[in-house]
Ligand binder design. Sequence first.
Ligand SMILES: Nc1ncnc2c1ncn2[C@@H]1O[C@H](COP(=O)(O)OP(=O)(O)O)[C@@H](O)[C@H]1O
Ligand SMILES: [Mg+2]
Length: 258
Amino acid sequence: MSGDVILEMKKARRTFGGLVAVNDVDMQIQRGSIHAIIGPNGAGKTTFFNGITGIIPVVSGSILFEGTEIQQTATHTICRLGIARTFQNIRLFPYLSVLDNVKIGTHSLYSGFVLAALLRSPKYRREEREITEFCMSLLEKIGLADKADLYARNLPYGDQRKLEIVRALASKPKMLLLDEPAAGMNNTETAGLERFIRSLKDEAYTIAIIEHDMKLVMSIADVISVLDHGEKIAEGTAGEIQNNQRVIEAYLGKQGAA
Ligand SMILES: Nc1ncnc2c1ncn2[C@@H]1O[C@H](COP(=O)(O)OP(=O)(O)O)[C@@H](O)[C@H]1O
Ligand SMILES: [Mg+2]
């Protein structure tokens, strides 16, 4: 291992029947970095995130998070170790308030909370107050505090995506996995998202981001890994990736076929 690696994958593999969605991928993600994962549709990017978070475990290979093997670890344990994610398709609770959606993200932090809540103990009331303050501070950071009482479904699309990120942050992760956070955002929303992601990096979060908006990727990523047909075909800085022949072919080939 070189530098301060927070997540290290060795030969991570996921198959679905005869399809090899993630093909023996090696990857190291540096602590505190913004690491982008790009590639054409169907390249295996989301499957890669599903493997890290244990939602669809890898079939073989190793995934070390801060030196701990998590390859066969349950999703909620992985969350507690400090990995949180957002989904490519928005998964909010539409008929809960914005604030309650964020509060749900804190559940991994508070064990025994349900019992305490039923008993309405002083401990519960204190924690309830702390959780509300913490969640409101997160909403303030992303500029959604004034919408805390709205139903999530009534937020504009860009705000719903931001709310997903805030909910992921509510578990106090060390590492955040964002799956196409800018999808469907207009330019102004994307610019706001970029500022927010930068601010998270300033706060020492590690961020892995799958994204199709190349302008965003090239401007914020410290490292870019490129997947194509489940294989990592290139890795490097924005400058290196932009001039990489295999990467150009992977994208042009797809465009030509479309
Ligand atoms: N749960 C699943 N069951 C079967 N096939 C899947 C599943 N998830 C993903 N795949 C397949 O794996 C490949 C990679 O998909 P995915 O990881 O979603 O790609 P990307 O996020 O890069 O667009 C695709 O061919 C997709 O159809
Ligand atoms: Mg995907």
